[in-house]
Write a protein that binds this ligand. Sequence first.
Ligand SMILES: Nc1ccn([C@@H]2O[C@H](COP(=O)(O)OP(=O)(O)OP(=O)(O)O)[C@@H](O)[C@H]2O)c(=O)n1
Ligand SMILES: [Ca+2]
Length: 506
Amino acid sequence: MTEAQEGVKQKNPWHRPVILLIAFLMVIGIVALVAIAVVQNKQLPQKLKYGIVLDAGSSHTALYIYQWPAEKQNDTGKVQQLEACKVEGPGISSYSKEVTKAGLALNQCLDKAKEIIPEHQHTETPLYLGATAGMRLLRLQDEQQSQRLLNSVEKFIRLYPFNFQGARIIRGQEEGGYGWITINYLLGNFLKDSGWITQLSGGKDTETFGALDLGGASTQITFVPEGDVEPEESTLYFRLYGTSYTVYTHSFLCYGKDQALKLLLAQRKESVSGTITSPCFNKEYTRNLNVTAFYNTPCILGLPNTTQDIIKVIGEGNAEECRKHVRALFSSTDYTLTSCPFNCVYQPQVQGEFVAFSAFYFVMNFLNLTGKEPLKQMKDTIDNFCARSWNEVKDNFPKTRVKYLSEYCFSANYILILLTEGYNFTSDNLNKIQFMRKIKGNDAGWTLGYMLNLTNMIPAELPSPRSLTHTSYVTLMVIFSLFLLILLLLTLLNSRGLLCRAQKGI
Ligand SMILES: Nc1ccn([C@@H]2O[C@H](COP(=O)(O)OP(=O)(O)OP(=O)(O)O)[C@@H](O)[C@H]2O)c(=O)n1
Ligand SMILES: [Ca+2]
């Protein structure tokens, strides 16, 4: 071996500790890259789970089927609505005189659930039935009858193979609270990014949206106020994904759209001939009311003072006048259960964004008023609609159900007054309300929140992260690639320098 060869060997770059360190770091870098890729792309076994909720509302019942990947049940936004089935006929409270029929009516939707959910999972699929304001009113009228009705419905549902968890009347506060959970869960507001990079940096809490629900027999408002929430009965405390929320909620029984219409018509004193005129229906519209059936609600104290069995309602089509009649509902103590609704019920100032669903959406969507139109434009649209004659309206919307169509003039004015004079939205913050029926393919309503809660699918604390979010994954990949590139360059530069020096015999 020549002296020069000996020199090159002695100065072989792989013999230097710095080069060994670089090589060691490169190996670590490669192992890290492979590990990240494996963790990120590992195929989780895809077992799907199912849950069923029956929403027994005052005007109708609907069955919802939810689905989620079993392994990810505590992640936010993983539960999806698979199916919504509308039960034929009215709400269950309408069957108080023929209780067995209430259960029977559910069979079509329950059969559908049996078809959709794989048979081997039927017995493990929880099924809940929650009844709302229609049943709350029936319970006030006749508690035993409402229990008999629920028992009969339960008996029928038990004929199905699902894991039935019982039928119950949910409280107004629960209805509001679960609606609020549903929309914020679907909007991803409880946790914007559950990736561990975000979590390590303290996590980012997002503002929640308030929830506005207008049913047939009650209406709910639920939101996180800026200041304190005072009365205990209007306060909900939630701890979700590591954040505590103090939420204001109130449910106004009798102030759903159908009961409010009854209150409105009960204000009118009928003439001797048994007719009532109302500015809240289109001109030329007439409706015959069966006095005992129509006024048979605990929201109205006593029947109207009439000898007639039938009262005829005649539309006048005047929105401005209609709003005056509606306003009276919010201050009147004559006919209502609650002696002092709205004005006397404590409510903190509305703040932040809101989602308004159910009848809020149906009515505003019909009038093309779901685009955050200014208050003036809302009023003009409603005024124009009410001023149209019933025959013209009917001809223009032949496909819309007459029951809904005939009430849009009243409903729109009711919504306007409820929002601005009941809940105290102003022309400045009315545009913070988004009227929505669905969020990412899921119906907005209390049912999803109810199921999430009862199946313990919303953890109080942050679940430990299992895999990376896409952002975290890409960031890590870029960092490690740069790291490897720099190491490679350093190695090249270093070995070239050494080689040159070796060749020169330095
Ligand atoms: N396309 C539609 C569907 C429903 N409605 C009306 O909207 C109201 C509320 O419907 P919904 O939210 O389904 O009420 P329920 O859940 O049945 O009532 P509650 O929540 O008070 O028990 C009812 O008066 C119904 O007639 C409407 O105007 N247009
Ligand atoms: Ca409802």
